[in-house]
Design a protein around this ligand. Structure first.
Ligand SMILES: [Zn+2]
Length: 271
C-alpha cells in the first residue's frame, strides 16, 4: 500500500535475507533492483497470491540472483501446492484434494486445461471446506515430474489482474498494484464484486455491482474518497476517479471477473 519509493528505501535500510510477496510486487521490485535504486541481496524469494508466469519468474530470479519459490494457495487452503525446479507446482496431496473439472463438473483428463477446480481441505477440521469451486484453470501433468517429487504436478492459469500505470503531474509514471487498489475499495466500501478500469493516462472508472443494494451512492462515495486518498499518497492527486454506469463486466472468454483492468484505449505507459 506504500508508495514504491518508500518501500525501496525501507527495504534498503532493512536488508532482508528472505522476502515474500505477490508476483506483481516482486516484478516491480526486480525492476527497481535492476535500475540500481533497490540494493538488497536476499537468499530466497517467495511468490504467492497471484499467478506467476514463467517469464516473470525468470526475470525476478535474474534481477535478485536467487531462487523464487512459487506457492499456490487460497484463503480456503493456505498452501495447496509449491513450485519445483522444473516449473511445476506439486500438490500437498496429504492436505488437500484438488479435482480439475469441466463446466459440468465432470473430471478433466490429465494434460487438458480444466474449466475450474474443486478444492477439499483435509487439514481444516474446524471449518470443513468440501469441493469448493476455486475458479482457476488447472492442467494436471500426465507423467511423473523430472524433479523426482512423487506428489501430483499441476500448472495453474489463475486470475490475473492488470498493473495500472498512471501519469503524475510531473510527467513521471507511477505503477500501482491491482491488489492494493482492490484492498482500498474493499476496506472502505465493504463491497466484493466490483471492477476498476483504467480508461486513460490519468483516469480510473469504478464499476459497482450494487443491483441488490439501496446504498449505491453511499458505497460509491466511500470507495471514491478512499481511492482519491490512496492516489494522493502515491503522488497522483491529478487522477480522476469516476463512476461507470455499467456494472462489472466479466471476461468474454473465461467468464471470470478481472477486478482491475487496463482498457485497450488507455494505451499502457512505460517508465
Ligand atoms: Zn517437479
Amino acid at each position: 500500500m506504500d508508495p514504491l519509493r518508500r518501500l525501496v528505501a525501507d527495504l534498503n535500510a532493512y536488508q532482508p535475507m528472505f522476502l515474500a510477496s505477490y508476483p506483481t510486487m516482486l516484478a516491480l521490485l526486480a525492476e527497481e533492483q535492476k535500475a540500481g535504486r533497490l540494493k538488497i541481496r536476499p537468499l530466497h524469494l517467495w511468490s504467492g497470491g497471484e499467478c506467476l508466469p514463467p517469464d516473470t519468474h525468470a526475470e525476478i530470479e535474474t534481477a535478485f540472483g536467487c531462487r523464487v519459490v512459487n506457492e499456490y494457495g487460497a484463503s480456503e487452503c493456505m498452501s495447496i501446492a509449491f513450485g519445483c525446479g522444473e516449473g511445476w507446482l506439486h500438490v500437498n496431496a496429504d492436505w488437500v484434494l484438488l479435482e480439475p473439472v469441466d463446466s459440468d463438473y465432470r473430471p478433466t483428463p490429465p494434460g487438458k486445461a480444466s474449466h475450474t477446480v474443486l478444492l477439499t481441505n483435509l487439514a481444516n477440521h474446524v471449518q470443513p471446506v468440501i469441493r469448493y469451486d476455486l475458479g482457476d484453470s488447472v492442467i494436471a501433468k500426465p507423467e511423473p515430474c523430472a524433479c523426482g517429487s512423487p506428489l501430483p504436478a499441476i500448472q495453474v492459469e489463475g486470475r490475473r489482474d492488470d498493473v495500472v500505470s498512471l501519469c503524475a503531474p510531473d510527467g513521471s509514471v507511477v505503477r500501482l498494484l491491482p491488489l492494493a487498489l482492490t484492498t482500498v475499495v474493499e476496506e472502505a466500501a465493504h463491497v466484493h464484486r466490483f471492477q476498476i478500469v483504467q480508461t486513460g493516462a490519468d483516469r480510473l472508472m469504478l464499476r459497482l455491482d450494487t443491483s441488490r443494494r439501496s446504498d449505491r451512492q453511499e458505497v460509491w462515495r466511500a470507495a471514491a474518497s478512499a481511492l482519491r486518498q490512496y492516489l494522493t499518497r502515491q503522488s497522483l492527486p491529478n487522477v480522476h476517479v469516476g463512476l461507470d454506469k455499467r456494472g462489472p463486466v466479466t471476461d468474454r472468454r473465461s467468464g471470470k471477473l478481472k477486478e482491475v483492468v487496463v482498457a485497450k484505449e488507455a494505451k499502457p505507459l512505460r517508465s
